[in-house]
Design a protein around this ligand. Structure first.
Ligand SMILES: Cc1cc2nc3c(=O)[nH]c(=O)nc-3n(C[C@H](O)[C@H](O)[C@H](O)COP(=O)(O)OP(=O)(O)OC[C@H]3O[C@@H](n4cnc5c(N)ncnc54)[C@H](O)[C@@H]3O)c2cc1C
Length: 590
């Protein structure tokens, strides 16, 4: 059973919290996108996704994909083709893409919201447009004018779809090990030969053509990551097959309707994107937007799992309420919502899911400012926030999303573990989000090893600046004290842990590897405390119909979830001790 109501009220509320009207819809690029317009598009996206994608979610999971070993063709589950056509018809695949090539030119926050709705209703399906979007971004940033004109209109309309071909059998995280070769041809094209694995929607029957963005090495490439170039390798050129064959499909835990393909290329024609040996630049454009959307996967599936658990709980009676006054004398047992622990579980999911949605809304609005504001300093500050918080939302969003689905399952008891309530599917579908687009630990290394070091901590200072602005703005409002005090404390502790980690790492770089993951979660705690304080501030100064509930949820976060930060701080303080003390032989089973 699927229970899903699109959380558009919360989404619209968050536009107000983060000043959408004055910060984003005033930008020239989004002149047509006032709040009403965003709301109208979200309503259409919700209606189409709930009507067309949601009913196919468990169908796709049960039916899976068919692969023809002769031709390499992949057939998607019954109904997927029709649903894809409906989304194309409604223009829902190019919501944020540039109007120059046929997109709707909407703001990223609208993209993030539509993505959440599409993922919640059918994560497997959503991965096809998700990958196309990454390719569109990469080509828009690094493709030649001819490439843009030729590929973007068809990718944006959905007539063609895109992939991202990085992984090979011997290289996942370490892309410097890529072996796929690209040999220059007299006509300016290249012949590519190699095997890529785990390529999402590498082959399927939804679109007429598939455009692969492939990382490969030129004959004169320097060793390692500095010798990687990016190529467009279409499945078909002028209607003719280009020797790009799907030679196998992975059997996997979840996202069973999303084809994860082995893609073989042999003298397949490709076209260079950008500069030789600088292919990682194109990939990073693709990966950054994708990482934000992977964080949203945890929000989306956490949200549908929560709604399912709540629907179950409302109907389920077991045992008696602890408080006799809450016992229903007309029934043999009470509804499980009277039990504090059932509420605790639901509120854990609600507080973190809504907190993460707020974080996603904030980052995506900063993304819009970073890309379209006329003032360079404003763009830079906004970009700092996006760069700093993208690994945080990818990693914490996916991990907490997974834990939230597990918590929702627990609310349903044994029923949650059966296939009847679909929560087990959401859990299987979400698990991969901790692994792909760079594993969560790689996100932590990106945060600690790269983002914090830029300009001796400029990004962290920008983030702290936003916190200070809120504190200054609301310091005279006594009602805000209960939200500002935890914010001040966690932000001070985050800075303290950062300094301590930095000092320890100077003496021993292995410390960073040992503490980066708990440090990222500590960062997430601080970011979520901030977005909850922002929501509280808005509610206290405006008339919001569900304002009281928002304040209670903020209090729940601060008192029941934020204390986890103390454990993280204690873990970070012990550095690499009791990790690297073990000899590798001691990891053997005793
Ligand atoms: C369903 C699915 C879909 C996918 N889709 C795509 C796709 O469309 N395109 C594509 O190119 N790839 C895709 N991938 C591949 C995915 O991006 C990789 O699985 C991921 O990057 C991790 O690489 P790996 O699996 O080889 O793990 P490995 O790199 O072998 O890592 C194994 C473990 O070692 C850790 N590790 C590695 N290096 C370090 C380090 N320096 N410090 C600390 N720990 C480290 C990792 O965090 C991980 O825990 C997909 C994978 C799956 C399963």
């Amino acid at each position: 059973m699927d229970y899903y109501k699109s959380p558009t009220k919360d989404m619209m509320f968050l536009l107000d919290v983060f000043d959408y009207e004055s910060r984003v819809s005033t930008l020239e690029a989004f002149a047509d996108y006032d709040k009403d317009m965003v709301g109208a598009i979200l309503d259409t996206a919700s209606a189409v996704c709930i009507d067309k994608l949601l009913p196919l979610n468990s169908v796709g999971d049960a039916e899976g994909l068919k692969w023809d070993p002769e031709t390499g063709d992949v057939t998607t589950p019954e109904g997927f083709k029709g649903a894809y056509a409906t989304l194309v018809e409604n223009g829902l695949l190019g919501v944020t893409c540039t109007p120059e090539y046929g997109g709707m030119g909407g703001p990223e926050v609208l993209g993030i919201y539509s993505s959440e709705i599409m993922i919640a209703t059918n994560k497997s399906f959503s991965m096809c447009p998700g990958l196309s979007r990454g390719l569109i971004d990469a080509l828009a940033a690094h493709g030649s004018d001819e490439q843009k004109e030729f590929y973007l209109p068809k990718l944006i309309s959905g007539e063609w779809s895109g992939t991202m071909c990085l992984t090979e059998p011997q290289c996942g995280t370490d892309l410097g090990l890529i072996r796929t070769k690209a040999i220059p041809q007299d006509d300016g094209s290249y012949k590519l030969t190699g095997t890529k694995i785990w390529i999402t929607f590498g082959e399927h029957d939804l679109a007429e053509n598939i455009i692969h963005l492939v990382l490969a090495r030129l004959p004169d490439a320097p060793e390692g990551i500095k010798g990687i170039s990016a190529f467009i390798v279409p499945k078909k050129i002028d209607g003719e097959l280009n020797n790009v064959k799907c030679t196998g499909l992975e059997h996997k835990m979840g996202i069973k309707a999303s084809p994860t393909c082995v893609i073989d290329m042999e003298d397949s024609t490709g076209f260079l994107v950008g500069t030789p040996h600088k292919g990682m630049r194109s990939m990073f454009v693709m990966m950054n937007a994708a990482r934000l959307h992977v964080g949203v996967e945890g929000i989306a599936l956490g949200s549908i799992a929560y709604q399912t658990a709540l629907a179950f709980a409302k109907d389920r009676r077991q045992m008696r309420a602890i408080d006799p006054a809450k016992q229903d004398q007309n029934a043999a047992a009470d509804n499980i919502l009277v039990h504090p622990d059932v509420r605790r579980m639901l509120l854990n999911v609600k507080a973190t899911t809504e907190g993460l949605r707020a974080l996603g809304a904030w980052i995506s609005m900063e993304y819009d400012v970073a890309h379209h504001h006329p003032d360079a300093d404003t763009r830079k500050a906004a970009d700092d926030i996006v760069a700093l918080l993208t690994p945080v939302i990818k990693s914490y969003g996916s991990e907490q999303g997974f834990l939230n689905i597990s918590e929702a399952m627990q609310v349903c008891g044994g029923a949650g573990y059966t296939t009847d309530w679909n929560i087990e599917q959401y859990m299987r579908d979400e698990r991969i989000a901790l692994i792909y687009e760079g594993t969560n630990h790689i996100q932590a290394l990106d945060l600690v090893g790269r983002k914090l070091r830029i300009d001796s901590g400029r990004l962290l200072r920008t983030f702290q600046g936003r916190i200070s602005e809120l504190i200054v703005e609301s310091k005279d409002d006594e009602r805000m004290a209960e939200f500002l005090t935890p914010l001040k404390t966690i932000s001070k502790k985050l800075v303290g842990a950062t300094m301590e980690m930095g000092g320890a790492a100077m003496e021993d770089p292995e410390v960073v590897g040992a503490v980066a993951s708990p440090y990222l979660n500590l960062f997430a705690m601080c970011a979520l405390t901030y977005v909850w304080a922002k929501q509280a501030h808005y509610v206290l100064n405006n008339d919001v119909p569900f304002g009281e509930t928002k304040l209670k949820t903020a209090r729940y976060f601060n008192t029941k979830i934020l204390p986890q930060a103390e454990t993280l701080i204690a873990t970070i303080a012990t550095g690499k001790s009791n990790i690297m003390d073990f000899d590798i032989e001691e990891l053997e089973v005793i």
